[in-house]
Design a protein around this ligand. Structure first.
Ligand code: MG
Ligand code: MG
Length: 330
């Protein structure tokens, strides 16, 4: 039986959040409901396709990248508990009216539309967010945001798939909520999600194989050898090319995801530490999984810059530990 607990009631009663953090989470929920509506309408609003701009990463922005960024900013900028915002789609931080008195207030980082290259082919996309506390007493600056992932107060993502779902942690486990088209509310449908320690399913972009480093080559080769190889079991491969969709699959039925360091273009990895890797790793750990760059735990990385990229390996604990071991011995 589905527990009919609405998300706003969960946030106020069970998340352990203060009143101010609850108000922020509710603002994020309202932004994501608006985005869900727009994503759902598809090209009826003629909002699909490219905008005439690039983001700081040099990627062509989709029209919806810009619109969803604006929705997030509008929803949060006047919240008295928010000191500043940072978005994957914006070069610099966005201070609020609290910027001269930021201590004890919250910093919100978000990727307003993850997997946006999937939007034109009607595949799942999402919004990812990460919440930090501001410790600075002076005027807000980018440095205030550069905290390792283990400092996050809350994190989550909304998946705009066949159903719209919010997956949330406030450091007390992971819960998932489904947006009811009837009531317009998110309802708790997947309480206390945990990830199985082992798996027979991996996700990686195989077209990059020739650029991978030795430990990843070894790991994937062993998976592909299946029951004839050292793993003595057959594996399946999945690749949706949408981080939120991959992570939701791993949260619900297990698996391991790799976007490893490789020799293609740069060695730094592809996913954003602060907008993607940190919030996702926080969720994965809260669900009993593990995450790493292969060389260090994601949540321990001291960020150097807002838009930093990292290699990302996450999912079933035993598989991530195996990958860390292969990296160590390489
Ligand atoms: Mg993204
Ligand atoms: Mg994005």
């Amino acid at each position: 039986m589905v527990n009919p607990l609405p998300l706003n009631q969960f946030i106020s009663e069970q998340s352990g959040s203060s009143e101010s953090l609850s108000s922020i989470l509710n603002d994020i929920v309202s932004a994501c409901k608006q985005i869900s509506y727009l994503v759902n309408k598809g090209d009826l609003n003629q909002l699909l396709g490219d905008a005439d701009s690039e983001n700081i990463q040099g990627e062509v922005q989709k029209k919806l990248d810009i619109i969803t960024h604006d929705i997030f900013v509008k929803a949060l900028i006047n919240n008295p508990a928010v000191a500043g915002l940072a978005s994957e789609e914006n070069d610099d931080i966005i201070p609020t009216q609290n910027q001269h008195d930021p201590k004890g207030k919250y910093l919100i980082l978000f990727d307003p539309l993850d997997g946006s290259s999937n939007i034109d082919i009607n595949m799942s996309v999402g919004s990812i967010f990460s919440i930090l506390c501001c410790h600075n007493t002076n005027t807000l600056s980018e440095t205030d945001f550069l905290q390792p992932g283990n400092q996050q107060i809350a994190a989550g993502f909304v998946l705009y798939g066949p159903s719209t779902m919010m997956i949330l942690t406030t450091g007390r486990g992971v819960n998932a909520f489904t947006l009811s088209p009837d009531s317009g509310e998110f309802i708790l449908t997947h309480p206390k999600i945990t990830i199985a320690e082992s798996t027979r399913e991996f996700a990686i972009n195989m077209s990059n194989q020739r650029f991978w480093e030795a430990p990843v080559q070894q790991y994937i080769n062993e998976c592909i050898q299946g029951s004839d190889g050292p793993r003595e079991k057959d594996f399946n491969m999945r690749w949706i090319a949408s981080l939120v969709a991959e992570v939701y699959r791993i949260l619900t039925r297990g698996g391991v995801f790799l976007y490893p360091r490789d020799h293609h273009k740069s060695l730094s990895g592809r996913l954003r530490l602060m907008y993607e890797a940190n919030p996702i790793a926080f969720l994965i750990h809260q669900a009993g999984g593990d995450s790493s760059t292969g060389r260090e735990p994601i949540l321990n990385i001291q960020p150097r810059e807002l838009h930093q990229r990292v290699p990302l390996i996450l999912g079933a604990q035993q598989e991530v530990q195996r990958l860390i071991k292969y990296h160590r011995s390489a």
